[in-house]
Design a protein around this ligand. Structure first.
Ligand code: NAD
Length: 488
């Protein structure tokens, strides 16, 4: 039974309710978890409030907090294999992908451990004689952290590590369908010696636990990663006490391929961009925008390779892609494929569940490619979050950039070309938080991550990822105090 962690104690939900956690590969129950509600969230928020207001954590030197965060990284490395297996049971992704996630996660904790004591503030040149002016950064306070199911622990790590490094107290709420690795890491946070009440974990649904975190007047910051509709709701709910908000929402990310790109690299990366983790990636390259002169040859090769993607059990070595996360989510993807067909996009491959006997109990869906797409189609504009790629054509550089930017989203995008000036020109004009040149998907702890437009607010990772969890204070000191006699 997976319990919640509140004020340093492992507890069941007050209501006694539980939830079964399902393996999306075969629908077997892999664990039972406590199903908290708003009452449990309130207890966790109260513990975090008390630990922030009256505990030592926020006043502990950054170097010491960094040591604890570093210890968490070491423990994640020690338990890498166990964590990777849990992530695969929970999400269906291949265990090799999960191992890579765990290495990235340890890297995130290491990075924030390393910069926990690096921002000692700044002395400002004051325009007032005989005065001193300094700017310091302080923790924000109690942070609610709500995470999605596609990269359960990775997304949590991007929030937990900087929040703790900066001296905040936290209440984590993983997706109710993928809580296993966040529970395990909470055990590691406890083992690392983080004081009681500093890191709390509540399990349960978004509408109850998540909503309470967004609403509570005792939460100072809400950091959310998930879908755009939920993000908008959280913005509204969070307005009650004007809490700070950090939102990492979805994407509909363009992958622009010019005719002069290295063909092999561009095909290989386009495949990876669209179909990695069955397309359930916020930065998936789900919109391929390709120069007309190579369109046919490129699509032919891409299609041939997409058909060969081996779907299966994430624990088998030859599996290249696992299932979608749930029956409900697969239904959403199927619905979008119907919409694409009705809109007149040309369904080239996929558009169905696989027929293999072995895959019938999992939520599998075939890699799907639509050609002859135009930017007014919903299949091009809306985030499908599955293995569905749309293909558009362009003739000029200007047109390519225009198509790339024709989206309410602005999370990430890529440009493939051997003309570096053209690449830089396009990268400069693309309105998104990350632009890759001749690559797709790289992200790392040192570089900021986040969205332009409706892909979100704020940045995670890098120095900005730590700054999100700090308030900025100006301290001014009069070195020659004397009356000013403004009022006689
Ligand atoms: P989701 O919005 O359904 O749920 C995300 C989290 O929010 C879950 O923990 C859920 O329980 C909670 N939640 C749901 N309703 C809530 C409410 N009313 N109040 C508070 N919390 C609530 O998203 P999902 O389906 O779990 O994840 C997929 C989405 O996440 C995709 O849109 C994807 O693009 C996005 N995502 C973005 C990034 C990024 O870095 N920008 C990374 C990963 C995933």
């Amino acid at each position: 039974m997976k319990q919640m962690f509140i004020n340093g104690e492992w507890v069941d939900a007050r209501s006694g309710e539980t939830r079964e956690i399902i393996n999306p590969y075969n629908q077997e129950v892999v664990a039972t978890a406590a199903e908290g509600n708003a009452e449990d969230a309130k207890r966790a928020i109260a513990a975090a409030r008390e630990a922030f207001d009256h505990g030592e954590w926020q006043h502990t030197p950054g170097a010491e907090r960094g040591q604890k965060v570093l210890r968490i990284a070491e423990l994640i490395e020690r338990d890498r294999e166990e964590l990777a297996k849990l992530e695969t049971f929970d999400t269906g992704k291949t265990v090799e992908e999960s191992r890579v996630d765990m290495d990235d996660i340890a890297g995130v904790f290491r990075y924030f451990a390393g910069i926990a004591d690096k921002d000692g503030g700044e002395v400002i040149e004051s325009p007032i004689p005989d005065s001193q002016s300094k700017v310091v950064r302080e923790p924000v306070g109690v942070c609610g952290q709500i995470t999605p199911w596609n990269y359960p622990l990775l997304q949590a790590a991007w929030k937990i590590a900087p929040a703790l490094a900066a001296g905040n107290t936290i209440v984590m709420k993983p997706s109710e369908i993928t809580p296993l690795t966040t529970v395990k890491v909470t055990e590691l946070i406890e083992e690392a010696g983080v004081p009681a009440g500093v890191a709390n974990l509540v399990l349960g649904a978004g509408a109850t636990v998540g909503n309470e975190l967004a609403e509570s007047g005792d939460v100072d910051l809400i950091s959310f990663t998930g879908g755009i509709d939920t993000g908008k709701k959280i913005m509204q709910t969070a307005s009650g006490n004007v809490k700070k908000i950090a939102l990492e929402l979805g994407g509909k990310n363009p992958n622009v391929v010019f005719a002069d790109a290295d063909f092999e690299t561009a095909v290989d990366q386009a495949l990876n961009a669209a179909f990695f983790h069955a397309g359930q990636v916020c930065s998936a390259g789900s919109r391929l925008i390709i120069e007309d002169s190579i369109h046919d040859e490129f699509v032919e090769e891409l299609t041939a390779r997409a058909k060969r993607i081996k779907l299966g059990d994430g624990f088998k070595e030859d599996t290249q892609s696992g299932p979608l996360i749930s029956a409900e989510h697969r239904g959403k993807v199927e619905n979008y494929v119907e919409i694409g067909k009705e809109e007149g996009a040309n369904l080239l491959i996929g558009g169905a569940r696989p027929e293999d006997e072995e895959l019938q109990n999992g939520f599998f869906y075939l890699p799907t490619i639509f050609t002859e797409c135009t930017s007014d189609m919903r299949i091009v504009q809306e985030e499908v979050f599955g293995p569905v790629l749309t293909v558009e054509r362009f003739e000029t550089e200007e047109e390519a950039v225009k198509l790339a930017n024709d989206s309410i989203y602005g999370l990430a995008g890529a440009v493939f070309t051997t003309d570096i000036d053209k690449a830089e020109r396009a990268a400069a004009k693309m309105r998104m938080g990350t632009v890759w040149i001749n690559d797709f998907h790289p992200y790392f702890a040192q570089a900021p991550w986040g969205g332009y437009k409706q892909s979100g607010i704020g940045r995670e990772l890098g120095k900005p990822g730590l700054e999100e969890y700090t308030e900025t204070k100006h301290i001014y000191r009069n070195l020659k105090p004397e009356p000013i006699h403004w009022f006689k």
